[in-house]
Design a protein around this ligand. Structure first.
Ligand SMILES: NC(=O)c1ccc[n+]([C@@H]2O[C@H](COP(=O)([O-])OP(=O)(O)OC[C@H]3O[C@@H](n4cnc5c(N)ncnc54)[C@H](OP(=O)(O)O)[C@@H]3O)[C@@H](O)[C@H]2O)c1
Length: 284
């Protein structure tokens, strides 16, 4: 079986390439717009690095010829551009007759969500469902490592200042998500979505309690107005797109769109999913 992986120079994609390369019996193709940056993974087994840029449909079509399974790690950056890029990937996969696309989506993949990437994910799932390719949708919750950008300052200041309302979040470790993507790639297409979540769903007060345990001193949650987060981010020099994207993410958290908890990480990987303290604890 020939398995291709997008985002192979990134954190999740490179992990998936390593895991697949370490499990015998198939060929792994690391797709990248900078194939030279994938070179390290060659040492782990039968991996080839092939040029494929989401903005270059011809490169995607060429790279996917003969591929049985594609692990499609979603792109990043401005959402409108991602819609076009994801359309290019899905069309190329369909043209090449890829039998199974494992797509990294999000627990909030609702087109009606205020979260900018919920639309991207919901739209891409729709394209894939209509593409003729078999599919499995890996709907990850918010990555703990990513959300840690808001948690680590709280460990220092003693205050978790985010506009999260009382919304629960089932933060999931990025490493668990990578392991699930690799596991799904070795299974037949499920034709459904798989919620990939951490072990529990925590309110912001609950997250502050976990941080209190990690810091060894009190951390409290302050529910700030959405505009306050935007001001804080702008003052810190954050890019306008990301200021908007973070704000839209917290709007979806306030609507409790990330509270689902599933047993899929354990079912797919055989491991108990990492909790928040497991991820933020060691480096705090
Ligand atoms: N659930 C969450 O909380 C959460 C949080 C953050 C991100 N995400 C999603 O998860 C994905 C994986 O996360 P990650 O941490 O592994 O991200 P990452 O380390 O930033 O990796 C992103 C990958 O996408 C590739 N890429 C970007 N633009 C491309 C293009 N035009 N053509 C081909 N490849 C392109 C990058 O290639 P280069 O090395 O060439 O740039 C890189 O390999 C992200 O892309 C995003 O969709 C989810």
């Amino acid at each position: 079986m020939k398995i291709a992986v997008t985002g192979s120079t990134g954190t999740v994609g490179s992990q998936v390439v390593r895991l697949l390369a370490a499990s015998a019996g198939h060929e792994v193709v690391a797709l990248a717009r900078r194939p030279e940056a994938v070179a390290g993974s060659r040492t782990h087994g039968p991996v080839s690095a092939v040029y494929a840029d989401y903005d270059d449909p011809a490169s995607l079509r060429a790279a996917l010829v003969g591929v049985d399974t594609l692990v499609f790690v979603s792109g990043d950056g401005e959402a409108a551009r991602m819609l076009v890029q994801h359309g290019n990937v899905v069309r190329a996969a369909a043209d090449a007759g890829v039998g199974h696309v494992v797509y990294l989506s999000g627990v909030d993949a609702d087109l009606a969500s205020p979260f900018c990437y919920a639309f991207t994910n919901g739209y891409t799932e729709g394209l894939l469902a209509a593409s003729g390719c078999g599919f499995s949708f890996a709907r990850a919750s918010l990555f703990t490592e990513f959300f840690a950008a808001f948690l680590r300052p709280a460990l220092v200041s003693g205050e978790l200042r985010v506009p999260a309302g009382d919304g629960r979040v089932s933060l999931v470790s990025r490493a668990d998500v990578g392991r699930c993507l690799a596991a799904l790639a070795l299974l037949p297409p499920s034709g459904r979505h798989h919620d990939l979540t951490g072990p529990e769903s925590l309110t912001p007060d609950g997250i502050a309690q976990v941080l209190t345990g990690v810091a060894g001193r009190p951390v409290r949650y302050t529910d700030v107005e959405p505009g306050v987060l935007a001001e804080d981010l702008a003052r810190a020099g954050e890019d306008p797109w990301w200021t908007y994207a973070y704000g839209s993410m917290f709007a979806s958290v306030r609507q409790d769109r990330w509270s689902a908890v599933s047993t899929e990480v354990r079912r797919l990987t055989g491991r108990v999913p990492l909790g928040v303290a497991d991820v933020v604890g060691p480096v705090a």
